[in-house]
Design a protein around this ligand. Structure first.
Ligand code: BES
Ligand code: ZN
Length: 646
């Protein structure tokens, strides 16, 4: 029953608190320092503590102040190297013990990306940021890297550039002078952080660069604070994009669930290579700069990340097999927030968009049907990144929506949601524990019989359909569907006789444009000339909105043999590698999907483009793009390209 992605012996002895002392060395691109673990003994006579590590140089280890010898085991390709540290004999369950490890990160660190100054907005200072989910915290510190272990932490980070962590800043104050009034890029300042709430290791995060802070206005009656960090060049735009909605969303989420516990909810807009849309690091959500659309249309990502404060950061999945408890619940509540703050039609619209992503991802796993399940029983050492897709998000959210509807709507469902969160707050749970609570709750409060026949296909189904046909409010989708249908039925009309106009989408929101382009993909590919005509009328290949641009490339590359596909494959590849500027579109949702589509049209183009920009991608993105374009690292560290036929 232990975590399939970890080698730590956390059921015998586990960390309660970590104290990090780090020095950020931008010159040599490494973090050097130490971690002190306060461990709680859970089994009488335990003789060693085992930590996960990946590509770390361990210098020395002390147990209760005494230097000890230790063993770093051979590296497992996914789980890394287990660090075995002997403990004194006779330890009693319930006692505690301190272990200090001196170490440094190495150039192979998968969790960190070190950016050159050219890869930042300001182009004047380097930048560092981390991404620890799902299993990369072990690459920045020896740790029991399982979400079943929840730790408090403190950190003293010394750096020549302002440093941020996923915790509460103790000093210098966020609202004080940048870099404590010292010379940025030259003087060392020690940043002190404290995370008093136990969190899973994947929420440990660090960023350091030329960043500034701007607080959002206080929300009436709330003790928590919100604000935004970014490079000075983006602070105005970022503040405008998010200052209206963040505190309002957080306050609404508190109404739906229970009060926010982390005290601070700040946002950090990262450089473009950040590999996700958002990452819910505690106290400090990390965001891709592609959200700065200039029209506040992508704030649903904020709604999503802040919802994790309860689902994930509060109630945590026990291990990768139950990842859907984090993402499915979060997606369900994110869409409920949209219903409360916008309209019921917005909620339905999000489910419609999600359903398309779900179908695509279910199809993608034709060779790996196990990953189509909601509950994936991982083998020991299997890579959770291989299973990462929209399935836990949308199958999960649909399951919860189905329960809401079956049990009688929000009036009877929301009290259950509150009870669920209150029951498991601070704990890490499995699907079984979630399910037992659900049934117990409705047995107590009436209604359990309505979900007695819950189809096990929700959890273990490997098909392309959900066990229940779901209906969504399609008000906002209709106009997009109609326009797509007109294009489909005009496929044999000559270009000169086509009756489309550049104003067709004037009244469309950017999400409706997305749905229009997605709907087109459900038809047979349009003739090449029509694709080009559509692109020139609607300017969808030049838009700054990455969500629209991605859908355009997916649509225009659908028929690999068409001249339009050849043309837009070149454009698409150039877009994601940043046209040679080093400013790649690093969000995997965009770059990986564009690489996948380009690869189907022109393998060499995809591989060449990737080779050009490889070093600008985040190590995680690099690893996952290499998989979609079938490049595998060989032992000699040179690249081997496998040509697979599709
Ligand atoms: N926690 C995830 C990101 C993640 C998941 C990183 C698994 C590594 C492993 C985050 O909350 C997320 O879901 N981000 C989404 C945005 C969201 C609006 C669906 C993303 O990045 O696309
Ligand atoms: Zn999420």
């Amino acid at each position: 029953m232990s975590d399939p992605t970890s080698q730590a012996n956390y059921t015998e002895i586990f960390t309660e608190h970590c104290a990090f002392k780090w020095n950020v060395d931008f010159t040599n691109k490494k973090i050097t320092g130490s971690v002190t673990h306060d461990l709680h003994v859970a089994k009488d006579g335990v003789r060693e503590v085992i930590f996960d590590t990946a590509d770390l140089d361990i210098h020395s280890v002390e147990v209760e102040g005494n230097t000890v010898s230790y063993e770093v085991k051979a590296k497992h390709p996914i789980m890394g190297s287990a660090l075995h540290i002997p403990l004194p004999s006779g330890l009693k369950s319930g006692s505690s013990i301190k272990v200090l490890i001196n170490y440094q990160t190495t150039k192979d660190c998968t969790a960190l990306q070190w950016l050159e100054k050219e890869q930042t907005q300001g182009k004047s200072f380097p930048y560092l940021f981390s991404q620890c989910q799902p299993i990369y915290a072990r690459a920045i510190s020896p740790i029991q890297d399982s979400p079943s272990v929840k730790i408090k932490y403190s950190a003293e980070v010394t750096s020549v550039l302002p440093a941020l962590m996923s915790a509460i800043r103790q000093s210098p104050p966020s609202t004080g002078p940048a870099h404590d009034g010292r010379v940025i890029g030259k003087d060392e300042v020690t940043y002190v952080y404290h995370q008093p709430i136990p969190i899973p290791s994947y929420l440990i995060a660090i960023a350091a660069g030329n960043v500034v802070y701007r607080p959002f206005p206080r929300h009436p009656g709330k003790a928590w604070t919100c604000g935004i960090w970014t490079e000075p060049e983006l602070i105005e735009d970022a503040y405008w994009e998010f200052s209206e909605d963040t505190a309002r969303f957080l306050a609404s989420a508190e109404e739906i669930v229970v009060p926010y516990r982390f005290g601070v909810y700040d946002l950090l807009v990262l450089p473009p290579s950040f590999p996700y849309g958002g990452m819910e690091n505690s106290c400090l959500t990390f965001l891709t700069p592609t959200l700065l659309a200039g029209d506040r249309t992508l704030v649903d990502v904020i709604a999503h990340e802040l919802t994790h404060s309860w689902f994930g950061n509060g109630v945590t999945h026990a291990d990768a097999s139950h990842f859907w408890l984090n993402e499915g619940w979060t997606t369900y509540i994110e869409r409920l927030l949209l219903q409360v703050l916008h309209s019921p039609a917005d909620r339905g619209f999000s489910f419609i968009i999600g359903y398309k992503a779900l179908q695509d991802d279910l199809e993608m796993y034709a060779d790996k049907p196990k990953y189509r399940r909601l509950v994936i029983e991982f083998e020991k050492g299997e890579d959770p990144d291989d299973a990462y897709s929209g399935i836990p998000y949308d199958k999960g959210a649909n399951l919860i929506l189905h329960l809401e509807r079956t049990l009688g709507g929000l009036d009877v469902f929301l009290p259950y949601v509150r009870d669920y969160v209150s029951t498991f707050m601070g704990k890490s749970i499995t699907t079984q524990e979630w399910k037992e609570h659900l049934y117990t709750y409705y047995e107590k409060n009436g209604g359990a019989e309505k979900i007695k026949a819950l189809d096990s296909g929700w959890f273990y189904g490997e098909g392309l359909e959900l066990p229940v046909k779901m209906e969504y409010d399609s008000t906002l989708a209709e106009s997009a569907y109609r326009l797509a249908e007109r294009w489909d039925s005009s496929r044999s009309v000559e270009i000169s006789k086509l009756e489309f106009s550049e104003n067709d989408m004037n009244n469309f929101s950017s999400t409706q444009k997305v749905v229009f382009l997605e709907r087109l993909q459900s038809y047979k590919p349009l003739p090449s000339s029509h694709v080009e005509h559509l692109a020139s009328l609607y300017k969808v290949s030049a838009t700054h909105n990455a969500e629209i641009r991605l859908r355009f490339y997916q649509f225009s590359l659908a028929d690999p043999t068409s001249p339009a596909a050849q043309k837009y494959a070149v454009e698409g590849a150039d877009w994601v590698i940043g046209g040679g500027t080093g400013m790649v579109v690093g969000r995997m949702k965009f770059c990986r999907d564009v690489f996948r589509a380009v690869y189907k049209v022109d393998k060499d183009l995809a591989v060449d483009a990737f080779q050009k920009a490889k070093n600008s991608f985040h190590p995680i993105a690099r690893k996952l793009i290499e998989k979609v374009i079938c490049i595998f690292k060989t032992h000699s560290d040179s690249f081997q390209v496998l040509t697979l036929s599709f």
